[in-house]
Write a protein that binds this ligand. Structure first.
Ligand code: 5BU
Length: 272
């Protein structure tokens, strides 16, 4: 089930604008690294994004953990997006009825849909959550990831739940561009030999080279395991890059480069 087409080939076939931009960026910058920047001060957030920007296709945010958020932060995030050529993924994990998620996505303090190219949702509510988010996101050219699996020990998102997430994605291919998952699930169009023109991105968190996990259930696997063995398209790395000291900007750049190289090497090996 490992995807063997190149990111560039897949970009050419992509219909959703966010998926197309993401795949094009990956091919152009030669990176399948997303950095998850989970810090609480906007100054640190901006400095880390600036440091890892050259090495990423995607920056993942949890905008609601920023203590000193104000609307000027969005313009600063967008300046970094232009400077370094990546896109944003707000890891909001929507989980409510369609009407509520449409409001949470478009409104409030964060106005996520206005700046975040990609967001994600749990499938607990069923198809209505996709309908609600699509009512806001589709006209803006945004893309949605469904949470098919989680990286945590004892996750309940397994088996028939994961299969149901795949089925919901298939029914909404204009807006659902892929999954948060630990592997490319069976039956998802994987190579040139498969006639299906469906194409879903697999984004995998829980990636670390130095640590096995944390004290709160997080579990880490290497970029190589995720990309080469499990068919993931994008590795998501947080504390593995900025964890030891969010102020040590040179060390953070160096680590981002290392994860980028590991992820790309595994992808190139997978292509042949
Ligand atoms: P870490 O510092 O690399 O452990 O951060 C991982 C990030 O990915 C963090 O922002 C989580 O919220 C996010 N995440 C995850 O770790 N595992 C999951 O299954 C999902 C999201 Br979904």
């Amino acid at each position: 089930g490992v995807q063997t087409r190149s990111y560039g080939q897949r970009a050419r076939n992509a219909k959703n604008p966010a998926a197309k931009t993401l795949l094009d960026t990956m091919e152009r910058k030669k990176t399948n690294l997303a950095v998850s920047v989970d810090v609480t001060k906007s100054e640190d957030l901006l400095a880390i994004i600036d440091a890892v920007g050259p090495y990423v296709c995607l920056i993942k945010t949890h905008i609601d953990i920023v203590e000193d958020f104000d609307s000027t932060l969005i313009a600063k995030l967008q300046n970094l997006e232009r400077k370094h050529d990546f896109i944003y993924f707000e890891d909001r994990k929507f989980a409510d009825i369609g009407n509520t998620v449409a409001l949470q996505y478009s409104s409030g303090v964060y106005k996520i849909a206005s700046w975040s190219h990609i967001t994600n949702a749990h499938v607990v509510p069923g198809p209505s959550i996709i309908k609600g988010l699509a009512s806001i996101g589709l006209p803006l050219g945004r893309g949605l990831l469904l949470l098919a699996e989680m990286s945590t020990a004892g996750s309940l998102a397994t088996g028939s739940y994961t299969e149901a997430a795949v089925e919901l994605a298939r029914q909404n291919q204009d807006f659902v561009i892929g999954f948060i998952a630990q592997r490319r699930m069976e039956g998802l169009g994987a190579g040139p030999e498969e006639a299906s023109d469906e194409d879903f991105l697999i984004l995998t968190p829980g990636i670390g080279l130095e640590s096995q996990g944390d004290s709160m259930g997080q579990q880490y696997r290497t970029p190589r395991t995720a990309v080469l063995e499990s068919g993931s398209d994008i590795i998501i790395v947080g504390r593995g890059i900025y964890g030891s000291d969010p102020k040590a900007i040179d060390a953070i750049s160096g680590k981002a480069r290392r994860y980028m190289e590991e992820g790309w090497k595994a992808y190139v090996e997978r292509l042949v």
